[in-house]
Design a protein around this ligand. Structure first.
Ligand code: SF4
Ligand code: SF4
Length: 303
């Protein structure tokens, strides 16, 4: 991929201290083959830019209704209704919306544009031992774009990291890994069927790639979301411990489920299945941390 080639980015977040060493900038790429029921970034899942509607900012001016060439927008009592089957994503409605209630999630950026943006914080990276992390979505969906960004950043002497589900062909993974210093590897469940049930995809490719990534000699940390009623049972945690031992890891990050992204589903016109699921209690998270510790693995809560 050339430096002027484009990919789809949905967010660039500066000054993060949770996604790799030091102070980091996180570049969120769009597109993910998984559909985790607890996903807090549903706007990351589709590869293409999509329309988001925030009802509370809508002034009911109806400009969008008039400009939509597909007649996909209808005024309703407390705002507008979008027929997403009719919508062809021309985004004329977004241009016309003065209140900011309509937004485009995701935009095309060139490799150069991303690199220019993230290099604004070069000084912070150098002082803190930080760098740039590519996240998603699943970064390996846009593997050529991801590799080109990481290569350009590495050439400037900046530390690079990816956060990945590992669900990709090993060939594509390797292409990205070549320019990656640090891998944050998400693992959701150790049982094939439960994995499929929670994420929409099987486990074996993810597990095979985890073993390969660990053997590659790159710095790697496994991150486990803790989802009540799904993967917090002792049996699953013991299986995770066994996997961590197999890949010689004595550290893990555990990420308790939260509801912070739940409203985004509504903005995108999607259903959110876990609306009523409560985050795990502190004592439940603590007992999982202790179970890891008992087996010689340091579990950091929150990563
Ligand atoms: S993106 Fe285009 S087609 Fe879709 S609702 Fe807006 S104006 Fe209509
Ligand atoms: S243009 Fe914006 S503020 Fe006006 S009705 Fe449409 S979404 Fe609401």
């Amino acid at each position: 991929m050339k430096s002027g080639d484009k990919g789809i980015v949905f967010n660039i977040q500066r000054y993060s201290i949770h996604d790799g060493p030091g102070i980091r900038t996180i570049v969120f790429l769009k597109g993910c083959p998984l559909r985790c029921k607890w996903c807090s970034n549903p706007e990351s899942q589709e590869l293409m830019p999509e329309l988001s509607y925030m009802k509370k900012s809508c002034t009911q001016c109806c400009t969008c209704v008039q400009v939509c060439p597909k007649n996909a927008i209808t005024p309703i009592e407390d705002g507008i209704k979008i027929d997403r089957n009719k919508c062809d994503r021309c985004f004329k409605c977004v241009e016309s919306c003065a209140s900011g209630a309509l937004k485009i999630e995701g935009k095309e950026m060139t490799v150069d544009e991303v690199v220019e943006e993230v290099m604004k914080d070069e000084l912070f990276y150098k002082r803190s031992g930080g760098g740039v992390t590519l996240s998603g979505g699943e970064v390996l969906v846009q593997y050529s774009f991801a590799a080109a960004i990481l290569e350009a950043i590495k050439e400037k002497g900046i530390n690079t990291a990816i956060e990945t589900t590992g669900y990709a062909s090993w060939k594509h993974f390797q292409q990205v890994l070549e320019y990656t210093d640090y891998v944050l590897y998400d693992l959701k469940h150790t049982d094939e069927e439960k994995h499929l049930e929670g994420t929409g995809v099987g486990l074996s490719l993810i597990l095979n790639n985890l073993y390969r990534a660990a053997e590659s000699g790159k710095d790697l940390i496994v991150r486990i979301p803790l989802i009540p009623e799904y993967n917090m049972d002792e049996n699953n945690i013991l299986n995770l411990i066994e996997i961590l031992k197999n890949i010689k890891q004595d550290e893990v990050h555990i990420l308790p489920f939260h509801q912070l992204g739940s409203q985004k589903y509504e903005y995108l016109g999607r259903k959110y299945e876990l609306r009523n699921l409560k985050p795990p209690a502190d004592n439940e998270v603590e007992s999982i941390r202790q179970l890891f510790a008992k087996h010689g693995i340091k579990a950091t809560i929150g990563g």
